[in-house]
Design a protein around this ligand. Sequence first.
Ligand code: NAP
Length: 301
Amino acid sequence: MSQVSEVFAAEDLTKNGEIFRALTPPARLSVFGDPVAHSASPPMHNAALLERGLPLQYVRVHVTPEELHSALRHLLQAGFLGTNLTIPHKQAALSHMDEVSSEARLMGAINTVALRDGKLHGFNTDGPGLSAAIHEKFGVSLGSQRVLILGGAGGAGRAVTAQCALEECPSIIIANRNPSKGEELANEITKHLSACISSIQMTEEELSKALENSDLLINATPLGMKGDDPSPLPNGLLKSHHLVYDTVYSGGQTALLLQAQKAGATSANGLSMLLHQGAKSFEIWFNEPAPLEKMRKALKS
Ligand code: NAP
């Protein structure tokens, strides 16, 4: 297999898709994003496809918000089985699907699209991916934890919050700079599920109080993606009994993970969430278990 590292354009799909069929093996899966060149999904999925002997490959397609609808609608004629969606398409894609899973609807976002019977089916594997990562890294089930989610009403945060509600966490606290966003989300989720969700503002006092009543802290803000980003949490609040999961997977130690280390708390970065959300997308497309260790190795390298 000669894997293609180039970034394709939405036009390549909307013209007639021949460019994808002409590759060896043909491209039949992708990630849409704007930007998309940074996406770590192609090597991870191509390793899985190779391991399973599936004669197709996964490519990056640069799709702007204006191009999203047309690019999605042309997947079928270009011979695709599905696509992943990354920034900024996860929320917008909801209205372009023919069918949406109930979980993705609750999460308000789609990261996985599968073409079935000529229809676009939308799923969200970020929430289940986070859950599997928490189990793998900390040896606990997400549903057993009292959780504090920083940026819990944002894009990824909403998937995390909804997953916690689906797994019936005993307490879910959403922290945002603007607490009304968290209140809106809590109201929306509790219309569908009986969950114990509250919303706080990201002030030192409120975070300190919330941490006293939490086991697991999850960072779902973008702070940490840039090397010089500060931590979303003031210094001195973490204790050694806390579990700290940073969804950021930039490679380096984020300021939050350094705080966790200093406090003697157990911590992990977002690479395991990336791995497990990818594995769950693979399972949606092929209805068979993903080769997790091959995918992990590809992500690490
Ligand atoms: P986003 O929507 O831009 O931001 C999420 C929330 O963070 C926002 O709603 C905002 O809430 C808060 N926020 C933003 N900037 C902040 C700041 N400077 N200080 C404090 N809070 C801030 O981002 P996203 O797309 O959800 O991504 C969030 C994180 O999830 C990123 O780090 C991304 O890498 C990670 N992620 C990881 C995976 C994985 O597989 N590991 C998958 C998806 C996403 P308020 O304005 O209300 O405060």
